[in-house]
Design a protein around this ligand. Structure first.
Ligand code: FDA
Length: 392
């Protein structure tokens, strides 16, 4: 069968691209190998889909070329997507930090329904349980699938990254890139819990389940949110955020366990409670178990017996600028996203079309653009899908 455009991958980016291309009058086919489209949309945000963020800005995305995403994000913004959500009567709310979620349990289904309704309005043919075996290009693109061969003038690869293989993630986009000589930025897990070596785990394990507000940084990149101790290391929003910037095992995280306090926090406590132990004073401002563990390396002497300078050094090294060296990550099975992907130097930032192979497009998470936690990754799927949808 013949189409104007074939889109491989029926996730956020693929469906959004399809509806726009279809509504432009293109004959569009979407091929999805899962039994349902939009698996990640359905489970996202605990079933409520954090579909965008009010604070979307290019500096909230990681990419080898930090300017690449600007064009698509500026031409199809969070407000365009919000207008679409409103048009479909989907209720939503701002949870925190500009993050917009659908209202109600399992409400992420409404986003998938919206995308499918818009695809239907554009006459898009959406086929599920369709496994792609090969892609060829002569005059047109030919896609061999478990449901037969299809051909098209343009081909959009929207198969996402490697995160959560059990939801259908595959390296398909990277294979197509390799086939057509399109360069790749090495992929790695992002927005992922971090693991630590046995030495660190001896104290971290005792804190499993403890959550606290921190400021965590690598160089100039810092996040102020909650960190959560797990039985494998650290998770929670602050850690997921910084994990995307943690690329090598030699890199340390700098953790401020008391982001609202200054380095003289213990000196101030000494003035008020000179007979208290540091861990007792700190348990007023930190979870008690964490205060105990952080103080374990210091002599258990009452604050009044410490010199002020020694308390400032204690606070600097242990509380305000603690250095932690992750050992690894929990990998793609737990990662919300894949950092890296199709090298953006190979793509038009206006249309997502490859320069080397006219008619071949890559969109969404397959591309080397990765957003922060909080709705940014869906916005990239919508913006890049829209950009390709105008041109494919
Ligand atoms: P996506 O992965 O959505 O879609 C790719 C599609 O291609 C899938 O349907 C897949 O089955 C299909 N496919 C793969 N290989 C194929 C092949 N060979 N043949 C045919 N089809 C194939 N982001 C956010 O902004 N807010 C949030 O709340 C969340 N929450 C969240 C929770 C969890 C648990 C995860 C894992 C991820 C998130 N994300 C998120 C990230 C977000 O889900 C992700 O960035 C987007 O879904 C990416 O959209 P894409 O369409 O590029 O890929």
């Amino acid at each position: 069968m013949t189409f104007d455009t074939i889109i491989i991958g029926g996730g956020a980016a693929g469906l959004y691209c399809a509806m726009h291309a279809g509504q432009r009058g293109r004959r569009v086919l979407v091929l999805e190998h899962n039994a349902e489209v939009g698996a990640k949309i359905l489970i996202s945000g605990g079933g409520r889909c954090n579909f965008t963020n009010l604070g979307v800005a290019p500096d909230r995305f990681l990419a080898t070329n930090p300017h690449f995403a600007r064009s698509a994000l500026a031409r199809h913004t969070q407000h365009d997507f919000i207008a679409m959500v409103r048009k479909h009567g989907i209720d939503f709310y701002e949870k925190t930090l500009g993050q917009l979620f659908c209202e109600g349990p399992r409400s992420s289904q409404k986003i998938v329904r919206m995308l499918l309704d818009e695809c239907a309005a554009g006459g898009v043919d959406v086929r599920t349980e369709c496994a792609v075996s090969s892609v060829k290009l002569s005059e047109r693109f030919t896609v061999e699938t478990s449901a037969g061969a299809f051909d098209s003038e343009t081909l959009v690869i929207a198969t996402g990254g490697l995160s959560i293989p059990k939801l259908g993630a595959t390296p398909f986009a990277y294979r197509v890139a390799e086939q057509f000589g399109i360069p790749l930025v090495a992929p790695r897990a992002g927005l992922v819990p971090l693991t630590f070596n046995e030495q660190d785990m001896t104290w971290m394990r005792a804190l499993s389940g403890v959550s606290t507000d921190v400021r965590v940084s690598i160089g100039k990149t810092a996040f102020r949110e909650a960190a959560l101790f797990t039985h494998k290391g650290l998770s929670g929003p602050a850690i997921l955020q910084i994990s995307s910037y943690w690329a090598t095992p030699t890199t340390y995280l700098e953790v401020d366990w008391l982001p609202d306090a200054s380095e003289d926090v213990l000196v101030a406590a000494k003035r008020v409670q000179p007979n208290a132990l540091p861990k007792t004073a700190l348990s007023h401002v930190l979870p008690e178990r964490l205060a105990t563990v952080l103080c374990a390396a210091h002599p258990p002497r009452p604050l009044g017996e410490w010199k002020d300078e020694a308390l400032i050094t204690f606070a600097q090294r242990t509380l305000k600028r603690a250095l932690l060296k992750p050992h690894g990550t929990e990998g793609y099975a737990k990662a919300e996203v894949t950092v890296g992907g199709i090298d953006t130097n190979a793509l038009s930032q206006q249309t997502m079309e490859t320069r080397a192979v006219p008619g071949l497009f890559f969109i969404g998470e397959a591309v080397d653009v990765t957003g922060w936690l909080g709705g940014y990754n869906f916005q990239w799927a919508w913006s890049s899908g829209w950009a390709a949808g105008q041109a494919c």
